[in-house]
Design a protein around this ligand. Structure first.
Ligand code: TRP
Length: 345
């Protein structure tokens, strides 16, 4: 039988998901499902490298799970699970940690950035973060890992660790390839349009969340920063605010930039903003509505995560056993085997 290529990816539940998560990740993941064996993970172990409020983290984890499904991840096709539910992730991390040089981790750009950003909490988890990510990927023998460009360096480390291990012990790990999806348009902050839109922006008005109500969307678009000027013309350099709104309109309607410029010939910013708010409300409607239904069905959601974790564990466990065997750990006994041994003594 033909082996379908394996995909693994994850998102941290460290904030609410934005329209960028949909266009840049979830939409592409959903499209890969029919042709790949997919594992999609909510990376809560990664999230606690930065201090999280426990109640909020629990809530966000469920929220992200619901949004995965609302954005087209089909739990009957793909394995959808929470990272901390599969203890093999932490177990493999330890082994890999013992095969990683200090220098390899301290070189990581994200570590340097985050340790500058969270000066008061530069913990070892933040340092080892990419090793945990390597474990996530290698446990499932993933072929392809869809990630944003900012995660490419972590993938490079993952490949190095896998090759190092294989060199010592034989073909244990499949060497994964990054899959950087064809960049859709980059979405910028609505308040500071030269900065990327980010789920952790303290200013709520700067970000379009997937769960925003129509009123939220109207308000945020109305308040979005534009530039001085009159006519609707795309110019990323000179008019980043307006250009960002044009990009969003392109995303919501599928119209090309040229078509949009034609549509608004002779109209002003207010017309564009009004049309954009309506278009975004429609674009996000199916996600928002499905999300609402899932929130009313917590048992259903929890059940999916439970079954997802079971499925993930089955696969992860096989890899972990291989690894434990390679490094010389004594195999654990099943309770039945242990009883058998006691009888035979
Ligand atoms: N570090 C990734 C991010 O912040 C999330 C993540 C965790 C991930 N484990 C992963 C992505 C494994 C791909 C594969 O974007």
């Amino acid at each position: 039988m033909e082996r379908r290529p394996v995909i693994l990816s994850g998102i941290q539940p460290s904030g609410r998901l934005t329209i960028g998560h949909y266009t840049g990740a979830l939409r592409n993941w959903a499209a890969l499902q029919p042709t790949h064996a997919c594992f999609f993970m909510i990376a809560d172990l990664h999230a606690i490298t930065v201090r999280q409020d426990p109640i909020e983290l629990r809530q966000r984890t469920l929220e992200v799970a619901a949004l995965f499904i609302a954005c087209g991840i089909d739990p009957s096709q793909s394995t959808l699970f929470v990272q901390s539910h599969v203890p093999e992730h932490t177990q493999l991390t330890w082994v890999l940690t013992c095969f990683t040089g200090m220098g390899e981790c301290s070189r990581m750009t994200q570590f340097k950035e985050k340790s500058a950003q969270y000066r008061h909490n530069i913990n070892v988890g933040l340092f080892a973060y990419p090793i945990l990510m390597a474990a996530d990927i290698l446990l499932y023998q993933a072929d392809l890992v869809p990630v944003g460009a900012d995660q490419k360096q972590h993938l490079e480390l993952t490949r190095n660790l896998a090759e190092r291990f294989n060199h010592l012990y034989g073909q244990i790990f499949r060497i994964p390839e990054p899959y950087i999806p064809p960049v859709g348009a980059k979405i910028m902050s609505l308040q500071e349009p030269t900065k990327k839109m980010s789920k952790s922006d303290p200013n709520d008005n700067a970000v379009l969340f997937l769960t925003d109500s129509p009123e939220d969307i109207h308000r945020k678009i109305r308040r979005a920063i534009t530039d001085s000027g009159r006519e609707i013309r795309y110019d990323e350099k000179q008019r980043p605010g307006l250009s960002n709104l044009i990009v969003l309109y392109h995303i919501a309607t599928g119209k090309s930039i040229t078509e949009i410029e034609h549509e608004f010939e002779g109209s002003g910013y207010a017309d564009l903003k009004a049309a954009l708010a309506e278009a975004l409300i429609e674009f996000l409607r199916p996600i928002r509505e499905e999300y609402g239904r899932l929130c009313d069905a917590k048992d259903y959601l929890q059940n999916i995560l439970l079954r997802g974790a079971e499925k993930a564990r089955t696969r992860a466990h096989q890899t972990l056993q291989l690894v434990h065997n390679c490094v010389g750990f004594l195999p654990t006994l099943t309770p039945e085997a242990a009883v058998g041994m006691a009888h035979n003594r």
